[in-house]
Design a protein around this ligand. Sequence first.
Ligand SMILES: Cc1ncc(C[n+]2csc(CCOP(=O)(O)OP(=O)(O)O)c2C)c(N)n1
Ligand SMILES: [Mg+2]
Length: 401
Amino acid sequence: MFSRTQATTLRATRIPRIIGHCGRRYLAQVTDIGNIPTASDKPFRVPLDDDAFETYNFDPPPYYLETTKDHLKQLYHDMLTIRRLEVTADSLYKQKKIRGFCHLSTGQEAVSVGIEHGITRDDLLITAYRSHGNTYMRGASIQSILGELLGRQDGISHGKGGSMHMFREGFFGGNGIVGASVPVGTGIAMAQKYQESPNITVNLYGDGAANQGQVHEAFNMAKLWDLPVLYGCENNHYGMGTSVERASASTDYYKRGQYIPGLRVYGMDVLAVQAAVQHARDYIRSGNGPLVYEFQTYRFAGHSMSDPGIGYRTREELKSKRESDPIPMLKEKLLDWKTHTDEELDELEKQVRDKIKQAVTEVENMPEPQPTGDTLFQDIYVRGSEPLYMRGRTTYETYYY
Ligand SMILES: Cc1ncc(C[n+]2csc(CCOP(=O)(O)OP(=O)(O)O)c2C)c(N)n1
Ligand SMILES: [Mg+2]
């Protein structure tokens, strides 16, 4: 475990941050820029910001991340892809090609990307409804996500789930009921412990959900039984139109586990998120029980497509938060460190844009689910595991599988 003091010795020529949490600019330098290997797959360390973490009864992660040039580019690629996918969803919604609920996570990409790079595919993940980024990061194709949003047969939930209900192996959704996924995720971690699995569950919820009783009941059981679960509160500063200050008696969400150690992570920095999650995984897998993390992030868009997102916050606030957009922030670091060139990153951005554009064309040509009674009753259970029959609206509508 690295203390803050030990971590400091890893840095030599650091320029102190001159702007605070909102509107931050990253000015730190790599310890020894000459030591960055030329080979794209050779590991080296990059420093993290001084205020990347705040701890609660917990040793902080190391203030550096071991990475490679390929990996840094992958992080950038993943955040760009989620952003582009959601900007595209926004436009498809406005064209009325996507209907119903649709919650975007623009601004929060560093959280979903950093988490996935801090765990393995054998670890499990559950979240609430703002889940397009998590779904993509768990390995779903862009087509399956966009297809789901457009209600197509080849969507990830065969067009029946929509924006909030996407699932994949190792990913338990996409859940629409605020807070309810937290006890479900706790149960998943309990199963892992019962089955003596070496893996962990990442259990995400919002700042709005954090005040619910069921969240705290889940914390109690997780600590009582030392379950392998990382609770992650994505503090994007609002639950619908209500700011955290108006909703929460304490906005220190990383301390809300009381008897569970916690960490506040600067969630606009994908490198800090990954380092923090790797650290949590090591800690939990060593049998230490649960952790409560708070990822400090920000939602640029409205709560959902029906919320313009400006009625409860000022344009000035939005403007200043946009200065800490996780995507340009990472780009700035890569350019500062000379790990990648401007042209290389521009080319990557173009490739991502083209890929999403191509996916939209494919998805628009996907068939819609068959408008039959059978379709209605399929996919309630995993295919092949259905019961003998299922009741419809009335007993006269009983469907036999
Ligand atoms: C049990 C329940 N109560 C209320 C709602 C309506 N609702 C949907 S989103 C939301 C706000 C949740 O905020 P937060 O947990 O911070 O998540 P965010 O939208 O910021 O990602 C509410 C109250 C709901 N879906 N479920
Ligand atoms: Mg919120």
